[in-house]
Write a protein that binds this ligand. Structure first.
Ligand SMILES: Nc1ncnc2c1ncn2[C@@H]1O[C@H](COP(=O)(O)OP(=O)(O)OP(=O)(O)O)[C@@H](O)[C@H]1O
Ligand SMILES: [Mg+2]
Length: 129
């Protein structure tokens, strides 16, 4: 599976770029491509800022009657104490807006987050065209 290391700001731009290209290849609409690219930006920024860096792996999903993209962000950072709380609008430990996770969930079709304090965080998203 293709992988993008997320260690700096440029890597976030690259992650977004890779996903936009794949979305174009698969014939995503502009609106769905933009939704997914926004989600990728938010999650890769969380990986960098909160997770102390990590990676994104991604793949095209090709089924008989639909195509999609799945992206998995993982890090070995501090993890999240309370995932339900982190998913609330406005919750942030960084004095930021706290919109990233709840906003991202609304932009994609599938959203799964697992986190273990002291071990790290994984977020998997899927967007179908
Ligand atoms: N990969 C991660 N590792 C550790 N903690 C995380 C991770 N991703 C999110 N969090 C925690 O969840 C909180 C909520 O994340 P969210 O993206 O919604 O808000 P934010 O990043 O603080 O602000 P915004 O994204 O609006 O600028 C973060 O403040 C942080 O405490
Ligand atoms: Mg965020």
């Amino acid at each position: 599976m293709p992988k993008v290391e997320i260690r700096n700001e440029e890597n976030i731009v690259l992650a977004r770029h890779e996903i936009r290209n794949l979305a174009d290849e698969l014939g995503f609409s502009i609106i769905n491509k933009t939704r997914l690219a926004t989600a990728v930006s938010e999650l890769s920024r969380n990986t960098l800022v909160h997770g102390q860096g990590g990676q994104m792996v991604f793949q095209a999903l090709r089924e008989e009657d639909r195509v999609g993209i799945q992206c998995t962000f993982s890090d070995e950072g501090p993890g999240i104490e309370n995932v339900d709380e982190a998913m609330q609008e406005g919750f942030s430990t960084a004095r930021s807006l706290g919109q990233g996770l709840p906003g991202t969930r609304r932009l994609v079709d599938d959203f799964a987050i697992t986190s273990e304090p002291g071990k790290g965080t994984t977020v998997e998203i899927t967007k179908w065209q």
